[in-house]
Design a binder for this molecule. Structure first.
Ligand code: PHE
Length: 339
């Protein structure tokens, strides 16, 4: 009997199971009322007295190790079952929060898309520029106030290195490097030294445009801008051009659209005029063409420039410019389904 018990102790130590059902059948086999261990306890009655002590101890060792083994097998399955439950591959995935595109990006892309339909491609250029690309080549006289410290962020003086105040500098870069016909738009960030308030910021975004070819006329400019206004603000939109002045265009104009809120009837938004200003434009000054090596006797062109924040305000009535650069997700998420 001693040998039998010792053998069983070894057997129990080596027990293995791969399911909870298997553990249960092992428990029944060894530890139930009719199981092996109980059977041995029954046999114990017949053990001669002088062996009782030794065999009794062995029997207890067997019983305890069988119990320990089965409990530990049970526990492994309990733990495994728990992680099985955590890993339910049929469950729907955790909803992942998707970001949204910035309203200025949405509007910039919409502007670019509209102009691409009438043949305009995109060019970009550096934000840190020299005086020549931002002012001199664009026909700004040396004493022009836009060069003043009040407007321009200078990085170095003599020779002047500065943050561009408009993306017309990219027009210059393109005209220097390409031969007409040129039909391009120039989106990008620009900087002006202004106090930050709800209606002004020290940086904002522009989309400028340029078309240079033989026989380009003011009528072509008007036609392109009317197309843009109708596509951007709706088919009923009207435009109006008012004479203006820019050093780099002659003649120059500012363009208004019929107020997109009241349809031109007059409301507080358009200050009861029925019109809101959206951009500056004009025929490229012959001096600018010549500065860039384009023969102004052969070629003519038009240019325009608009503020992306301004267009976004008109489209979405954003009252405070500062919201565009504060990264408040509650504001940004409002534009989720804008286009
Ligand atoms: N560069 C001008 C500005 O920043 C806009 C403009 C571009 C006006 C082209 C006329 C023609 O204000």
């Amino acid at each position: 009997m001693k040998d039998k018990i010792n053998q069983l102790i070894e057997e129990v130590k080596a027990l293995q199971a791969s399911t909870t059902e298997e553990v249960e059948s092992l428990r029944i086999k060894y530890l139930s009322k009719k199981g092996t261990v109980s059977g041995l306890f029954d046999e114990f009655k017949n053990v001669p007295n002088e062996e009782k002590r030794e065999i009794g101890q062995l029997l207890n060792i067997l019983k305890n190790s069988a119990q320990d083994k089965i409990n530990s097998l049970k526990n492994t399955f309990a733990a495994n079952n728990k992680s099985d439950r955590d890993l339910d591959l049929t469950r729907t995935a955790e909803p992942i929060k998707l970001g949204t595109r910035h309203p200025l990006t949405l509007v910039k892309e919409e502007i670019a898309e509209i102009f691409s339909r009438i043949g305009f491609t995109i060019a970009e250029g550096p934000e840190i520029e020299d005086d020549w690309h931002v002012f001199s080549a664009l026909n700004f006289p040396p004493e022009h106030p836009a060069r003043d410290m009040q407007d321009t962020f200078f990085i170095e003086k003599n020779p002047d290195i500065l943050l561009r105040t408009h993306t017309s500098s990219v027009q210059i870069r393109v005209m220097k490097n390409q031969k007409p016909p040129i039909r391009m738009i120039f989106p990008g960030r620009v900087y002006r030294n202004e106090a930050i308030s709800y209606r002004a910021h020290c940086f904002f975004h522009q989309v400028e445009g340029l078309y240079i070819d033989k026989n380009v006329s003011f009528a072509d400019l008007k036609q392109a801008l009317l197309y843009f206004a109708k596509e951007m603000f709706g088919a009923d939109t009207q435009i109006r051009l008012r004479p203006s002045y820019f050093p780099f265009t002659e003649p120059s104009a500012e363009m208004d659209i019929s107020c997109n809120l009241c349809g031109g009837k007059g409301c507080p938004f358009c200050k009861h005029t029925g019109w809101v200003e959206i951009l500056g434009c004009g025929m490229v000054d012959p001096n600018v063409l010549d500065n860039c090596g384009i023969d102004s006797k052969v070629y003519s062109g038009y240019a325009f420039g608009m503020g992306v924040e301004r267009i976004t305000n008109l489209k979405f009535q954003v009252k405070d410019l500062r919201l565009f650069s504060e990264n408040d997700v509650r504001f940004l998420e409002e534009f989720k389904s804008a286009f």
